[in-house]
Ligand binder design. Structure first.
Ligand code: NAD
Ligand code: LMR
Length: 328
């Protein structure tokens, strides 16, 4: 057994929290030899619900779950955190874009960034799930000046997994045979899921992308608009698939990405691929277990580059909006 890891989860009484916490307690986040101490953060009016979730966690008698504590104060919730899963934020409803949440949700992430700065463990790693995830991660990271920026990331793993599933269907292979998928840019409808560098069984994505009608009118919009399609169908935003993606993200960040493959995550840009410094932009990334590294040397044709540029332009606009709100 390794020493216990302290995991702070915000929005613990919410939908994603409900899926995420039991899988975390069962050892799926950090592996079957790592005990977990859970620290749950909620707003005061939802603390009672979080207490109910904690009662259920108790009732699972998980061998790897050391403790569950509940807080309504970010400073206390992030005390000693090695991992922070920032889920707590309002989800969008039908007809909304994720950026519409910026004003409502952005303000949550500045105090949480400060709390992480002041209270978390020196090795803390943060995954932002709450939307608009890229800009919320930017706000949290900007308000935590003592924490290295590479310890913050925002979740585009759900988009990545969606893209794998869609490409596998198109190629007629099992999703386990799809590798090297990449999500570029923002977790929004401007995101660019790149098939050109992917592999599906023994076929290259570039070969599959020759079906231009499928690429432009089916694959890209299906992946980019999947969140809205789920809201339309369920009347609520994705829950279990989002929790699953968060587990995948953290597991790969700590455990490493498989050799010969990569994943996607939004990380702090230091100028990779011409993306302006200091944007939380999704890239193809690998992990050696210690941190993310952006995959270098991928070349894009004009079709891909125009779409990546559009998503980066949207991230720049969101950063301006966040600045105007005084959050960074
Ligand atoms: P939800 O409304 O069911 O739960 C959100 C929870 O957050 C609530 O319990 C609420 O009380 C809590 N909360 C609100 N403000 C808080 C604060 N300041 N501190 C702590 N907790 C707070 O929503 P959900 O379905 O669980 O979704 C949560 C967020 O995740 C939404 O913003 C949603 O859009 C986003 N999301 C992102 C992805 C992604 O791929 N990045 C995927 C799915 C959902
Ligand atoms: C998703 O992609 O499912 C989430 O970001 C929820 C949403 O608003 O689309």
């Amino acid at each position: 057994m390794t020493p216990p890891v302290t995991v702070t989860v915000t929005g613990a009484a919410g939908s994603i929290g409900y899926s995420l916490l039991f899988r975390t307690g069962a050892g799926q986040l950090l592996g079957s030899d790592t005990p977990v101490r859970l620290r749950l953060l909620e707003i005061p009016s939802a603390v009672r619900v979080a207490e109910g979730v904690a009662m259920e966690l108790d009732d699972c008698a998980f061998p790897l779950l050391d403790s569950v504590d509940i807080f309504d104060d970010p400073r206390q919730a992030f005390e000693g955190a090695n991992v922070g899963l920032l889920v707590g934020a309002r989800p969008r409803g039908k007809g909304m874009e994720r950026a519409d949440l910026l004003q409502a949700n952005g303000a949550i992430f500045a105090p949480q960034g400060r709390a992480i700065n002041d209270a978390a463990a020196d090795d803390v790693r943060i995954l932002v799930v709450g939307n608009p995830a890229n800009s919320n991660a930017l706000i949290a990271a900007s308000n935590a000046p003592d924490v290295p920026k590479e310890r913050f990331s925002a979740m585009t793993r759900l988009d990545h997994n969606r893209a794998i599933a869609q490409l596998a269907k198109h190629a007629g292979v099992h999703q386990s045979q799809v590798r090297r998928m990449s999500i570029w840019g923002n977790h929004s409808t401007t995101q660019y899921p790149d098939v050109f560098h992917a592999l599906a069984g023994d076929r290259t994505g570039a070969e599959l992308a020759q079906d231009a009608a499928w690429l432009e009118h089916d694959f890209i919009p299906t992946v980019a608009r999947r969140g809205a399609a789920i809201i339309e169908a369920r009347g609520a935003s994705s829950q279990a698939s989002a929790a699953d993606a968060a587990i995948d993200h953290v597991r790969d960040w700590f455990g490493g990405t498989p050799s010969g493959d990569w994943t996607s995550a939004a990380v702090w840009s230091t100028g990779h691929y011409g993306v302006p410094d200091g944007l939380m932009c999704s890239f193809p990334v690998t992990s050696d277990g210690k941190g993310w590294t952006v995959v270098d040397g991928l070349e894009h044709g004009p079709f891909s580059q125009a779409r990546i540029d559009a998503s980066i332009a949207e991230l720049v606009e969101e950063r301006e909006a966040v600045r105007a709100l005084g959050l960074i």
